[in-house]
Ligand binder design. Structure first.
Ligand code: ASP
Length: 461
C-alpha cells in the first residue's frame, strides 16, 4: 500500500502524497475545515473542503491524497513536529468508520472509570499518554535486551505450565486433561528453572518473564506481571549488585535524560537500619519528594532469612533458595540461632518501591535441604517438592546468584505513573477481570468433563 507517514511529510513539501490513519479531530468552518490525521509517527493537519467532511467521524480510518504545503506564517504551530506544514486534500476516502468513542481520547483520561477504560482498552490505548507509555516500555525492554546480550547474557524461555515454586503467594493451578486429577502451576517466577540453567552451564541467563501470583490486586501488583529475570554463575553478592546498578544507571541515562539519580553509587542500607530509621524495608530516601525527575535508588541488604509463620514454625522471608550470609552459613547447617541467620538477599528500592530483589543461592543440595528442614518439611515432602533440585545439584553446580526486577513498577515510575496498569497494554482490573475479554468466565460442562472436574459450591471464607 503506497503511503506517506505524517512525520515524513516534513521532507516532502511541495509534493503529492497519500496518507492513511485515524481522524483525531475535525474542525469544520462551513465551506472549509481541518482534520488532524494521526498515524504511528504523529499527526498532521489536513486542509479540506466542507464536502470532503461528509460522513467522516472522529476516530474513523481514512485515506487522504493531496499536496504537502508550507503553512502560511501566521498559522505555524511551533508546539508540534509537523506545525510548519499541512496537507491540502484533493480526495478523502472513508476506509473504516468509527462510532462515537464512549469517552474522550484527548487528555490524560485519569478521571474516566477503570471499568469503561478497560472494556474499550483498544480505544484508551489511542490516548497519547498511553501510547507513549507503551512505546517507552518497549524502548526500556529493548535496551535491557541489547545491554545484557552485549554483556554475554543469553535470553532463554522457561515453561509457563510448571510446578509450584514458593515465592510467598498463592499459585494459579491449571488442570491437566492428560493426567486427570493433576495440576500444573503457573510460575510465580522462573526461580527453579533459572537455577537449573546454571547447572546446565549457561552461566549468564536473562528473560523478560511473565509471572503469576494469585494475590489481591493493588496499585503496584496484578495477577500477572513481568520481571526482568537474571541469573549468573561464579558470582558473589557484590558482583550481582554492581552489574545491576550499572545497568539501571545506563538505562536511566540513555532513556530518561530528564531524570537525575540522587546518589551514585546507590546507598546501601541494612534491613535493621531501614526498619529503625524509616519503619519500612522500602525506604523512600528522596531529598525532594516534589521533584518528579528525582530518582532515589538504594539497596537494602542483610535481611533475616527466616521469620515466624502463623503456624508457629519458621518460614522464609524472601526466597527459600537463597544462601545464608557466609558468616552465618554454619548456623544454617547446624540449624542454630535461626532467628539471627541473615540471608544474602539484596533488594533494590526506587522512590519507596521495591523494584527488584535477588540473592546468592544455596548451590549445595544439603544446604538447600536444611532450609526446608528448618521450615518443618519432612524428608518425604522435601523430596516430593524439591527432589528434582537436589538431584540436579548433585551433578556439578556452580555457585550462582541472581535477581529479578519488577519491570512494570520500574516502567511506571520512569513514566511518572502511580499504577502499573498505566504501563501494561491489557491489564486486569482491580478485581482481576481481564481487559476487553472479561475473563474469568465459566467453563462449558464438556470442558469440565474432559478434565474430570466437578464444581461444588465455594465455602465462604
Ligand atoms: N525469584 C525471585 C523473585 O521473583 C527473584 C530472585 O531471587 O531472583 O522475587
Amino acid at each position: 500500500m503506497e503511503r506517506t507517514l505524517a512525520l515524513d511529510c516534513l521532507q516532502k513539501v511541495g509534493q503529492q502524497a497519500t496518507l492513511l490513519g485515524w481522524v483525531q479531530t475535525i474542525r469544520s468552518h462551513g465551506k472549509i475545515g481541518f482534520i488532524d490525521l494521526r498515524d504511528r509517527s504523529g499527526f498532521i493537519q489536513i486542509f479540506v473542503t466542507g464536502e470532503m467532511l461528509q460522513g467522516i467521524t472522529p476516530e474513523s480510518v481514512v485515506k487522504i491524497t493531496g499536496q504537502i504545503n508550507k503553512r502560511p506564517e501566521k498559522l505555524i504551530n511551533p508546539n508540534i513536529p509537523t506545525g510548519e506544514i499541512e496537507l491540502s486534500a484533493q480526495k478523502v476516502e472513508l476506509v473504516s468508520p468509527s462510532q462515537t468513542s464512549p469517552f474522550p481520547l484527548e487528555g490524560e483520561g485519569y478521571d474516566i472509570g477503570e471499568e469503561t477504560r478497560l472494556e474499550y482498552r483498544y480505544l484508551d490505548l489511542r490516548r497519547n499518554r498511553l501510547t507513549s507509555n507503551i512505546r517507552q516500555r518497549h524502548k526500556i525492554i529493548s535496551f535491557l535486551r541489547n545491554w545484557l546480550t552485549d554483556d554475554e547474557f543469553i535470553e532463554i524461555e522457561t515453561p509457563i505450565l510448571t510446578k509450584a515454586t514458593p515465592e510467598g503467594a498463592r499459585d494459579f493451578l491449571v488442570p491437566s486433561r492428560m493426567h486427570s486429577g493433576n495440576f500444573y502451576a503457573l510460575p510465580q517466577s522462573p526461580q527453579q528453572y533459572k537455577q537449573l540453567l546454571m547447572v546446565a552451564g549457561f552461566e549468564r541467563y536473562f528473560q523478560i518473564a511473565r509471572c503469576f501470583r494469585d494475590e489481591d490486586t493493588r496499585k503496584d501488583r496484578q495477577l500477572e506481571f513481568t520481571q526482568l529475570d537474571m541469573e549468573l554463575s561464579f558470582v558473589e553478592q557484590e558482583d550481582v549488585m554492581a552489574l545491576n546498578e550499572k545497568l539501571l544507571i545506563s538505562l536511566v541515562e540513555k532513556l530518561c535524560p530528564e531524570k537525575k539519580i540522587q546518589e551514585i553509587p546507590f546507598p546501601r542500607i541494612s534491613y535493621k537500619e531501614a526498619m529503625q530509621k524509616y519503619g519500612t524495608d522500602r525506604p523512600d530516601i528522596r531529598t525532594d519528594k516534589k521533584d518528579p525527575n528525582l530518582l532515589a535508588f538504594c539497596w537494602v541488604t542483610d535481611f533475616p532469612f527466616f521469620e515466624k509463620a502463623d503456624s508457629g514454625g519458621w518460614t522464609f522471608t524472601h526466597n527459600p533458595f537463597s544462601a545464608a550470609k557466609p558468616e552465618h552459613q554454619e548456623w544454617l547447617e547446624r540449624g542454630e540461632n535461626i532467628d539471627q541467620i541473615l540471608t544474602t538477599q539484596y533488594d533494590v528500592v526506587l522512590n519507596g518501591f521495591e523494584i527488584g530483589g535477588g540473592s546468592i543461592r544455596n548451590h549445595k543440595a544439603e544446604d538447600l535441604e536444611k532450609v526446608f528442614e528448618i521450615m518443618g518439611f519432612s524428608k518425604e515432602d522435601i523430596s516430593k517438592n524439591f527432589g528434582h533440585m537436589l538431584k540436579a545439584f548433585s551433578f556439578g553446580t556452580p555457585p550462582h546468584g541472581g535477581i529479578a526486577w519488577g519491570l512494570d513498577r520500574l516502567v511506571a515510575i520512569l513514566c511518572h505513573e502511580t499504577t502499573i496498569r498505566e504501563v501494561i497494554a491489557f491489564p486486569a482490573s482491580s478485581t482481576g477481570v481481564t481487559a476487553v475479554m472479561n475473563a474469568p468466565t465459566p467453563a462449558e460442562p464438556e470442558q469440565l468433563d474432559e478434565l474430570g472436574l466437578t464444581l461444588k459450591p465455594k465455602k465462604s471464607s
